[in-house]
Write a protein that binds this ligand. Structure first.
Ligand SMILES: [Zn+2]
Length: 260
């Protein structure tokens, strides 16, 4: 049986049988993986406390093509979210990032860019002193791009103009129209320049700048509501996803966002 080695982020850990755990990992080289960690809950487990959600590990496992669940052989710690673990809001947002990867990523292939995004995002949450909701939105915006669900905010769908001072977003077709072409949009909602600028900043600024930038009042809430609607229209359609859990997590944050 071939042995594989990869860096991976633990997305989820569930009890399995008397003493084992079933881990869902996002691995750099092989994408989503389900591994059984035998004896992980024994008091003197060789894994110590490192098989917890958000931990980054090097995993060595036995891979069998015909099997859905693979068997973990060894794990060593690469990075632990020490400060995130002590902060309930950061922890919730980091787990929501993991949930989104679980819901949106396909199985059976590695996506090093999306892996790198999740890892960098967790590390930025660890350091962040402010703007953690903006960071969560930046993660979502980038994940959509990397997984091929881009909302197409780069330029006007009709005239291709990149500078959009105000426009209309057609949620059904996933297109933005600039002010001059707004009448071409068959449906949708007006989007403000602040929202468009904030969306683009969240997509492009280094994550370290996302957590320090002073965004205009209301712009981040605008992006939040935009993404909320985009998910509702798209993610179920595009890949028959049931993104309800993610939406619930987002919804519980709605109060906080509408005051932003
Ligand atoms: Zn236009």
């Amino acid at each position: 049986m071939p042995i594989r080695r990869t860096e991976a982020i633990i997305l989820k850990s569930m009890k399995m049988g008397e003493t084992s755990n079933l881990l869902t990992l996002y691995s750099r080289d092989f994408g989503l993986l389900k591994l059984i960690a035998k004896g992980a809950r024994q008091s003197r487990s060789r894994y110590g406390g490192l098989l917890q959600p958000l931990y980054v590990i090097e995993a060595i496992y036995y891979h069998k093509e015909t099997r859905d669940l693979q068997l973990l052989s060894q794990a060593s710690l690469i990075w632990a979210p020490r400060r995130v673990q002590l902060d309930i809001e950061k922890l919730g947002l980091c787990l929501a990032c993991c949930e989104m990867v679980l819901r949106l990523e396909g199985e059976g292939h590695g996506n090093p860019a999306a892996y790198g995004l999740l890892r960098a995002t967790l590390e930025t949450f660890e350091r962040a002193e402010s703007n953690i909701r903006s960071l969560f939105l930046a993660f979502q915006v980038r994940l959509l791009e990397l997984l091929g669900f881009s909302p197409g905010m780069d330029h006007c769908f009709h005239c291709q103009e990149r500078t959009i001072r105000e426009g209309r977003y057609d949620f059904v077709n996933g297109r933005i129209y600039c002010r001059n072409c707004m009448s071409m949009a068959l449906q949708g909602r007006t989007v403000t320049q602040d929202m468009i600028d904030a969306y683009r900043d969240l997509a492009r600024l280094p994550l370290a700048s996302v957590i320090t930038k002073a965004f205009p009042k209301g712009a981040i809430a605008g992006v939040y509501h935009f993404l909320h609607d985009f998910f509702r229209y798209h993610l179920e359609e595009v890949r028959q996803l049931n993104a309800i859990d993610v939406l619930k997590q987002l919804k519980s944050m709605q109060g906080a966002f509408s005051q932003a």
